[in-house]
Design a protein around this ligand. Structure first.
Ligand code: ADP
Ligand code: MG
Length: 597
């Protein structure tokens, strides 16, 4: 192991020691109480990272779940005499149930709509808390919530309570670690950075967002219940939007994806006002200025800053010994007898406003064939791919895969049935290594689920297998040497090849390539052509969209030409090149464009 590989564990150990010695140094009851509260907020922030960090959704209901949980615990303990395990469990369950209820209408919304919709949850709960006086104590709230009691032993104030709460912080951190470390965590990352790419790899972003939202709510439930039993009162203040702002600040200041960032953020946000109290009236201004200064220096949070300063972390490439060659796809039953077209498009029509992007397009592909779609810019080629892969819903017509209709399915489902694709405008995750960009395509094949990511073990076996598979594919496309490189630093042509490798790693029956030769030099084009021929020889069906006739000349066995959304010619390349309409529509117009350029 290189020396730089030791830096992170060493820093982690130093950080843990500092964290452990902090309350030892300042052991006044007030300091201990503050540190305990910081623990409660650390759990809230770790939970918030699931939705805000892992999948990148700006949820504004985390504070509401926190306040609700505190109320449930408080009411059950004070009014119904429930003991700690009961009120604790009930708080989490109520939060998760509310999250399920909220997510049905809200989770399909994106960006600011999602933020606004989740903001409403807290406002409604705050009104209920103030108005339903008989249950909640109205504006004053409820006091006399007992300290936690486990197995008949009450956890006393001071050190015992601090340790009790920080045990939960450790548990929350472990849960977060389990979720992030494996193939499921990798899929979350892709969902956050590029949901369309995730769908093309048979990953369903909606179900991942749903799971992360529930997990966030459950953690807010844990934090809220602990808060109620720690400060021993519940009041509308817990539902105030200030709690949400504090939570958001912790996640942003600490770093939205690193677990320790959430803990550091919570410690800082809880302690900073106390440290700066000496400035009396101006302390709020100074606190805000310090937070803004941190954000200017480290826009990606403290954890991101440390990441930037440390040497880059290499992804752990699996051993490359003893690996078998890629196997032909045999699953899913989409491989039909050779006389049945593997993919058939029937009278497909798609309009955008008044533009006929596709008009009554029909053709079919036989297994193992290499077909090409040509046509001038704007003739509907990308729209055709998007309709087949479910990114667009066609207005009419049918799309059959192995004889079965797929036109109504979502794009992740279509990918799962064996349709892989690349994008004309590349959709790789730049801050992930080449290996992981490709490995994530094994998500469905490995049946990675949130539940399975909790299985104990430092390494996720699914991720190891996915990386092994990805490495075989990379070796095949000649990119093994770049496995550990972040995609951001790759040349455009190499990125295209990585996208192709990623699609192959999905193990599809049909592969749709949208202008794969764009940006490649002649040698690279020749290599790509050889690779595609080899893939077709092993039974993969290819549909290539391309402008580059030279590239297609010896590659395609069948060609269709689109013009203004209409299929104007279909047949063998030699015949297509001679076709009057093709020459007029495509070659002629292109030459005219070149002449005027
Ligand atoms: P090509 O890939 O052949 O260059 P496209 O399929 O991208 O062509 O586009 C075909 C036509 O459909 C163009 O006129 C384009 O402007 C239109 N189009 C494609 N996608 C959309 C969209 N999402 N919204 C509106 N119009 C679109
Ligand atoms: Mg296009």
């Amino acid at each position: 192991m290189s020396r730089s590989a030791h830096v992170r564990p060493l820093l982690g150990a130093v950080g843990l020691c500092l964290l452990a010695s902090w309350p030892l140094i300042m052991s006044s009851p007030y300091d201990l109480r503050l540190f305990t509260l910081a623990g409660v907020f650390a759990i809230l922030a770790i939970g918030y990272q699931f939705i805000f960090g892992n999948v990148g959704e700006l949820s504004l209901s985390q504070g509401a779940f926190f306040g609700l949980s505190a109320y449930v615990s408080g009411i059950l303990a004070v009014k119904a005499g429930a003991d700690f395990p009961q009120s604790f469990a009930a708080s989490i369950i109520v939060c998760v149930l509310l999250a399920v209820l909220v997510s049905i209408p809200v989770l399909r919304l994106s960006t600011h709509y999602f933020a606004l919709a989740t903001l409403g949850v807290g406002q409604v709960l705050l009104l209920v808390a103030i108005e339903w006086q008989s249950l909640t104590g109205g504006a004053i709230g409820l006091s006399g919530v007992p300290l936690p009691k486990l197995f008949g032993v009450q956890v006393a104030r001071g050190w015992p309570l601090l340790l009790f709460v920080w045990c939960f912080v450790a548990l929350a951190a472990m849960v977060a670690f389990q979720v992030k470390r494996g193939l499921y965590g990798l899929a979350c990352h892709v969902v956050r950075q590029n949901a369309v790419a995730a769908r093309s790899l048979a990953i369903d972003p909606d179900s991942i967002r749903f799971a992360m939202f529930l997990l966030s709510a459950a953690m807010a439930g844990v934090a809220g219940a602990l808060h109620a039993h720690t400060i021993r009162i519940v009041s509308p203040e817990g539902l105030d939007f200030k709690v949400m702002i504090a939570c958001l600040t912790m996640a942003v200041i600490g770093g939205r994806t690193h677990i320790w960032g959430a803990i550091a953020g919570a410690l800082l946000v809880v302690h900073l006002p106390e440290w700066l109290r000496g400035f009396q009236q101006s302390y709020l201004i100074i606190t805000s200025s310090v937070l803004i200064a941190i954000l200017i220096v480290a826009p990606e949070g403290l954890a991101g800053l440390v990441d930037r300063l440390l040497p880059p972390q290499r992804s752990k490439s699996p051993d490359s010994d003893g690996l078998s060659p890629i196997q032909d796809r045999t699953s899913d039953g989409v491989l039909m007898p050779s006389e049945t077209p593997i993919l058939a498009v029937r009278e497909l029509t798609k309009t955008f406003g008044g533009v006929h992007a596709l008009n009554n397009v029909s053709f079919s592909l036989m297994r193992g064939s290499i077909a090409a779609v040509i046509g001038p810019n704007g003739s509907g080629k990308t729209t055709l791919v998007n309709c087949i892969t479910g990114n667009y819903r066609a207005d009419s017509g049918a799309i059959l895969l192995g004889g079965g209709e797929i036109g109504a399915l979502g794009s992740d489902e279509i990918a799962a049935r064996g349709v892989g694709r690349t994008f004309q405008n590349l959709r790789l995750v730049d801050d992930m290594t080449v290996l992981d960009n490709v490995a994530v395509a094994r998500f469905r094949a490995e049946a990675a689920t949130l539940g399975k990511s909790f299985l104990i073990g430092r390494r996720d076996e699914k991720l190891s297998r996915a990386r092994s598979h990805a490495l075989r594919v990379l070796r095949r496309v000649g990119l093994e040497h770049a496995a550990d490189v972040n995609c951001a630093s790759l040349a455009h042509g190499t990125k295209r090849l990585v996208e192709i490798a990623r699609a192959i790693c999905l193990d599809p029956a049909v592969l749709l390539l949208d202008e794969p030769a764009a940006g490649l030099n002649e040698t690279e084009q020749a290599e790509l052509a050889r690779l595609l021929e080899a893939l077709a020889a092993r039974g993969l069906t290819l549909l290539i969209i391309e402008h580059n006739m030279e590239f297609l000349k010896n590659l395609a066995t069948h060609m269709v030409c689109l013009d203004y959304g209409e299929l104007i010619a279909s047949g063998r390349p030699s015949a297509i090149y001679q076709d009057e309409r093709v020459i007029e529509a495509y070659v002629g117009r292109r030459q005219a464009a070149e002449a005027t350029a």
